[in-house]
Write a protein that binds this ligand. Structure first.
Ligand code: 0L1
Ligand code: MG
Length: 297
C-alpha cells in the first residue's frame, strides 16, 4: 500500500497522461479519462484501506495539486462502491461545512457532502467504540427522512412535503488524514467529507408545527453542557441543506431517493471523543439522542 501511495505521488495524473497518449495514438479524451480514473481509483483504495485499518495517511492534495473537486467526488464515489461490494447499503447522505463559522474555522470555502451506509449507524443509546477510529469528534445536527424522491432544483415546500420525519442527530466525524488536517476542499471530499458514524433519535413525524429555523440545540458530555446552538446555524435553515444537497447530487448525476436519511450539518463545532464519555443532544421539540464512548484507540 505504501508503494502504491508513493507511486501515485511520483506519477500524479497530469504527468501520467502524456506519455500514454503519445504511445497509444488513440482518442485523447477517452484515453485521458480512463487513465485519470485509474489513478483516482488508487487514491480511493488508499483512503478506503486507511479507514479500515484506522491508520492515518498524508493529505492527498499535498503532492497532487491538480486534483479537482470532481476528481475528489469520484474518489468518494469509488469508496462507496468498495463498501457496497463489501455488503454495505446506502442509507443516506451528510451535508458538511454548512455554517459560515465552521467554514472559517476549517479555512474551507463551501458546503460539501458525503455518503452514509447502514454500518455507519450507531443505535440511539448505544456504545461507540474508539477502536475503529483515528481521531473521532462528535457534533450536533438535525436529520431528515425522505418519503419521496427529490431531484435537482427543489423548493423548501417540496422538501417539507417529501419529508416523513425530522430527528435530532449526532455525527461522528473522523479524518483519514494525519492530524485531522486538510490542505484543500478536495482532501475532505475525497475522504467522504470526514464522515465516520452517526446516531439518530426517534423520528418526529408530525413536525409541521415545529419552527425548524429556531430550534435550540444543546449537546452535553457527562451531564455538562459543552455545545449550544440554534438550528438556524445550519445553513441559515436546515431545510436549505437538503435543497443544496439535492442540487449537488444532481450535478453528479444522482438524485435524493425516498427512504434516504439526510444529516443537515452541524450547529456548533465538534467535540473530540474520549473513552468514558456519555454524549447527549437535546433539541427543542425532538427526542433526545444519546451515545456512550467505549474502547481504546
Ligand atoms: O460535517 C462537517 O461539517 C465536517 C465536514 C468536514 C470538515 C471537518 O472534518 O470538520
Ligand atoms: Mg457533520
Amino acid at each position: 500500500m505504501i508503494f502504491l501511495f508513493f507511486g501515485i505521488l511520483i506519477n500524479p495524473p497530469s504527468l501520467i497522461h502524456e506519455p500514454c497518449r503519445a504511445r497509444t495514438g488513440s482518442s485523447k479524451q477517452t484515453r485521458r479519462f480512463s487513465l485519470v480514473t485509474n489513478n483516482l481509483e488508487s487514491l480511493a483504495t488508499i483512503l478506503h484501506e486507511a479507514r479500515k485499518a484506522a491508520k492515518p495517511i498524508p493529505q492527498i492534495s499535498k503532492n497532487l495539486s491538480s486534483l479537482t473537486r470532481d476528481d475528489a467526488y469520484s474518489i468518494q464515489e469509488k469508496q462507496w462502491q468498495f463498501r457496497q461490494a463489501a455488503g454495505e447499503s446506502l442509507v443516506g447522505w451528510k451535508m458538511g461545512l454548512t455554517s459560515e463559522a465552521k467554514r472559517r474555522q476549517m479555512n474551507l470555502d463551501s458546503p460539501l457532502y458525503g455518503f452514509l451506509t447502514d454500518r455507519m449507524e450507531v443505535k440511539n443509546g448505544g456504545v461507540f467504540s474508539l477502536a475503529q477510529s483515528i481521531h473521532p469528534k462528535i457534533e450536533p445536527e438535525i436529520a431528515f427522512l425522505l418519503s419521496r424522491d427529490l431531484q435537482g432544483s427543489v423548493t423548501r415546500a417540496q422538501v417539507l412535503e417529501s419529508c416523513a420525519g425530522v430527528a435530532s442527530c449526532m455525527e461522528i466525524l473522523d479524518s483519514r488524514y494525519d492530524q485531522f488536517k486538510y490542505f484543500s476542499m478536495e482532501d475532505v471530499i475525497a475522504d467522504n467529507s470526514s464522515s465516520s458514524h452517526f446516531v439518530v433519535g426517534e423520528w418526529k413525524k408530525d413536525f409541521r408545527d415545529l419552527d425548524l429555523r429556531h430550534l435550540q440545540m444543546k449537546m452535553s458530555v457527562n451531564g455538562e453542557l459543552t455545545q449550544a446552538g440554534i438550528s438556524s446555524d445550519i445553513s441559515g435553515d436546515p431545510v436549505i441543506s437538503v435543497i443544496e444537497l439535492c442540487e449537488m447530487l444532481f450535478q453528479r448525476g444522482q438524485i435524493l431517493k425516498a427512504g434516504s436519511v439526510v444529516l443537515a450539518g452541524a450547529a456548533t463545532t465538534a467535540v473530540e471523543l474520549k473513552p468514558g464519555m456519555k454524549v447527549k443532544l437535546e433539541v427543542d421539540g425532538l427526542a433526545d439522542v444519546v451515545l456512550s464512548v467505549g474502547g481504546m484507540r
